[in-house]
Design a protein around this ligand. Structure first.
Ligand code: FMN
Length: 136
């Protein structure tokens, strides 16, 4: 399956996590791209069979967490009618309600959001491997 992973990273943590996620998906036989949101092509990502979008957590560490503006603006450009999708973030203290908000934005673009993952550092988030397995 063609899977597109798009991420926003300021200091490299989310980039490292996204690249490990792509490596894992590739090792399971998927054709997986991984690109920073600043370089992502909306129609290319929308044409993938499954899409995963991630951001670092921006907020006041314990409150008001959200995905980056670039991430949310990119999601708004997608057209994902019925496609399986996931959102993820890296964080330090708390991701708050950021993932459900990202998921809602993806649903508003037509996606079927079947995964919401977080990693406290440059790791493959828990649950991502099983999500990839469920893609078939
Ligand atoms: C301005 C700023 C605000 C942040 N706010 C939060 C926050 O509210 N909650 C949290 O858990 N981490 C917060 N962090 C930590 C980052 O989200 C975390 O270190 C992330 O993994 C960084 O990813 P990156 O290396 O890809 O940029 C904040 C970092 C910065 C620079």
């Amino acid at each position: 399956m063609r899977l597109a992973i798009v991420y926003d990273s300021r200091t490299g943590t989310t980039k490292a996590a996204a690249e490990m996620m792509a490596e894992l998906a590739t090792s399971k036989g998927h054709d997986c791209s991984v690109v920073p949101v600043q370089a992502a092509d909306s129609s290319d990502v929308s044409s993938a069979e499954a899409v995963c979008v991630g951001s670092w957590t921006e907020g006041l560490f314990f409150i008001l967490q959200h995905a980056t503006k670039a991430t949310m603006e990119f999601i708004e450009t997608l057209s994902l009618e019925g496609k399986p999708a996931a959102v993820f973030c890296t964080y330090k203290t708390s991701a708050g309600k950021m993932l459900p908000k990202m998921a809602q934005a993806m649903k508003d673009r037509g996606a079927r959001v079947t995964g919401q993952f977080k990693a406290r550092g440059p790791h493959v988030p828990e649950g991502f491997s099983a999500w990839v397995d469920d893609l078939g």
